[in-house]
Design a protein around this ligand. Sequence first.
Ligand code: AHG
Ligand code: MN
Ligand code: MN
Ligand code: MN
Length: 311
Amino acid sequence: MEDHQTLESFLSEESLKRCIQALTEAAEEISSLLRKGAGLLGLSSVNTFGDQQLQIDVLADQVIEKALQKSGVVESICSEERSKERPCGGTGFAVAYDPLDGSSIIDTNFAVGTIFGILKGGSFIGHRGREWTAAGCFVYGPRTELTLAVADEEYAHQFICIPQDSKDATVLGRWKRNRVFKTIESGKLFAPGNLRSTVDNSGYQKLVNYWMSNKYQLRYTGGMVPDVNQLLIKGKGVFCNPASISSPAKLRLLFECIPLAFLIEKAGGRSSNGNISLLDIPVNETEERCQVCYGAKEEVERFDAMVGQMF
Ligand code: AHG
Ligand code: MN
Ligand code: MN
Ligand code: MN
């Protein structure tokens, strides 16, 4: 357990504080909607990525948009559900987000999340993750948690939402720091996404064989937020989601891959697309998808050597 510093006192810069406060308010609402069974309400439509949207995907998207509009410090937004950048009524930041990561595991009652990235200015286009101001994810599990990394602060930080009966003015005061993530070491824990791509990605098949013959422990839910977040919490291991011709990359560079890379690298881990750090890839369009690997230095180097960028 850490020092229980509040999120409010952790954040010093006023406009970033307003932006993150808006996100925590939205996350508290999304978490309460999920607890009421909102995710079980059925289908809505199809988004620009071709994903079947649940009503809760659309609802969470709107909850976050509304909160960011109210903050007055957000110039533009875009999300997995509405991927074109558009004005958000304020000035200061561009915010990109995946409102609900893990739609397909809502019915199984696994942990799901919200992923976000924040950049000073009006657009993400042409910018690399290394230039971002902050990024993080909310986890909706038995607890509601925020894992946050800020460019001007060392390390990644976990805050836990401790709801209080009265809704007082200091919303961020409800979020208490529980852990600081400083290092991800090599360790025998693997979370292998898109395993179906081993059929025509022989490098990935070799890597899976390596993990199995070295008796790695499998820990994979199919939700990127809990699956990547566990590397921080356990302080070891590897997560990947490689691609092949028959099973192309699924994860979205702007809405999923770069924000979690920002967290992992702040926590002393590495990220890669099989060749370079995900923080060194400029965003050319908001709809790009990407192959990813996160984890300890040696684990990511092994991924680059064995899987690389074949596709
Ligand atoms: P989303 O629910 O935001 O559309 O994305 C889910 C992602 C990610 O959470 C997970 O790692 C990946 O999809 C799993 O994909 P498959 O179920 O296709 O393996
Ligand atoms: Mn989706
Ligand atoms: Mn997602
Ligand atoms: Mn989503």
